[in-house]
Design a binder for this molecule. Structure first.
Ligand code: SF4
Length: 79
């Protein structure tokens, strides 16, 4: 379970976030459409949410990304 108390600072405000346990293994970025929601920081040391998912299709992408994340670093209980 991702920890909203450890959200990366770069996440845009909203429910979806990546926490500091992202390695980054890149698995979530292999989900089709993930780049509309997630991106790498400059040094590619982690992934963060650059745009909150909007609409059913993007929500499915975010949910799939969260499901495949081996670190459980992606959460949707943020603010
Ligand atoms: S799948 Fe999880 S650990 Fe891997 S890059 Fe994405 S958020 Fe980070």
């Amino acid at each position: 379970m991702a920890d909203k108390n450890n959200k990366l600072a770069e996440n845009v405000p909203g429910p979806w976030y990546v926490d500091s346990t992202c390695t980054p293994c890149r698995t979530c970025m292999e989900v089709a459409g993930a780049d509309a929601i997630f991106k790498y920081n400059d040094g590619e040391t982690y992934v963060y949410v650059h745009t909150q998912p909007a609409g059913d299709e993007q929500l499915k992408v975010a949910e799939e990304a969260a499901a495949v994340c081996p670190q459980n670093a992606i959460g949707n209980d943020g603010e």
